[in-house]
Design a protein around this ligand. Structure first.
Ligand SMILES: [Zn+2]
Length: 301
């Protein structure tokens, strides 16, 4: 499922492959793109803001316009080869010198003048995979603006911070011993979770696959996402389906390792132990062992 890191990697891959090339043929099958013809326009670059993707074009008359895409749950782009999917799924197809770019089942597509892209993303919080690394203390304060919201719901709300999707909303609470159901206002040291999650998603934005454990690094390995038992205490996990979850997404947590209590501390000792093998430990932002406990980050960071 596309999260901020996936879209960042996708944008970089599109730029690497097609930037500077002129689109020779353009086929669209989306009502919002009726009349769009990018043939003759040059792809300047592709960029990601949170989970929003922009394909920026320079037209022969000097106009700049951007194709805007949001993949939601199921959309994807195929970069390079021709798609074999039925035409119905190919919502946009662009031919370049060096291959084809195909948007498959992309649920949200549109075109905007490039200098008005910001209108589509102004409502988002700091971009976790953007050029400026968001400050965990600032992001924690945004997450805790509404203290009654469950932690996972606050992490998923892109107005607080842009980029986290459901894998992070399940895995990060587990790593620091917090329940995804924990009211976010009762958490102490929430910036510690962000000092782990921020470099982790940025690392995955630079190279995949998304691995939250540090084990079998070439694979998409997770502690509790998509699993049945706790890897720490072996208790059966509890689950929300997307229908019964208060925030509308599936979730999993260990009732023993992640109890809901008030107040509740972010457990960085647990996080360091669980992520002992993960390369994110080498990031300067990762909470250090001598960080003041249990408040999380101290002035030595
Ligand atoms: Zn457990």
């Amino acid at each position: 499922m596309p999260e901020g890191d996936t879209i960042r990697r996708l944008a970089d891959r599109i730029t690497e492959r097609f930037a500077g090339q002129t689109c020779s043929r353009c086929v669209t099958r989306d009502p919002r793109l009726v009349g769009l013809d990018l043939a003759g326009s040059r792809l300047v670059d592709a960029d990601a803001v949170g989970k929003h993707l922009f394909l920026r074009f320079a037209d022969p008359d000097g106009r700049r316009r951007s194709v805007h895409a949001h993949l939601l749950m199921d959309g994807r782009f195929l970069v390079g080869p021709a798609s074999r999917e039925h035409a119905f799924h190919r919502r946009i197809e662009l031919w370049f010198d060096d291959g084809r770019l195909t948007g498959l089942d992309v649920p949200l597509l549109g075109v905007v003048p490039t200098d008005r892209e910001h209108e589509l993303v102004d409502h988002l919080g700091p971009d976790l995979c953007g050029p400026v690394v968001p400050d965990p203390v600032v992001v924690a304060a945004r997450l805790q603006r509404d203290p009654d919201v469950p932690l996972a719901a606050a992490l998923l709300d892109q107005r607080n911070v842009a980029g986290f999707g459901n894998v992070y909303a399940v895995e990060l609470p587990f790593v620091v011993g917090l329940s995804p159901n924990q009211p976010v206002g009762a958490i102490r040291g929430l910036e510690g979770l962000l000092a782990i999650g921020t470099p982790m998603i940025r690392m995955h934005g630079a190279a995949g696959p998304r691995n939250t454990t540090g084990r079998r690094l070439g694979t998409a390995d997770h502690f509790v996402y998509g699993r049945r038992a706790c890897p720490v205490c072996a208790s059966p996990l509890e689950h929300w389906t997307d229908r019964d979850s208060p925030w509308g997404r599936i979730s999993s947590w260990c009732p023993v390792c992640q109890p809901v209590r008030s107040p509740r501390d972010t457990d960085l000792v647990r996080a360091r132990r669980l992520l002992a093998l993960h390369p994110v430990r080498r990031d300067p932002m990762f909470p250090r062992a001598d960080a003041r406990e249990p408040d999380g980050l101290s002035a030595d960071r």
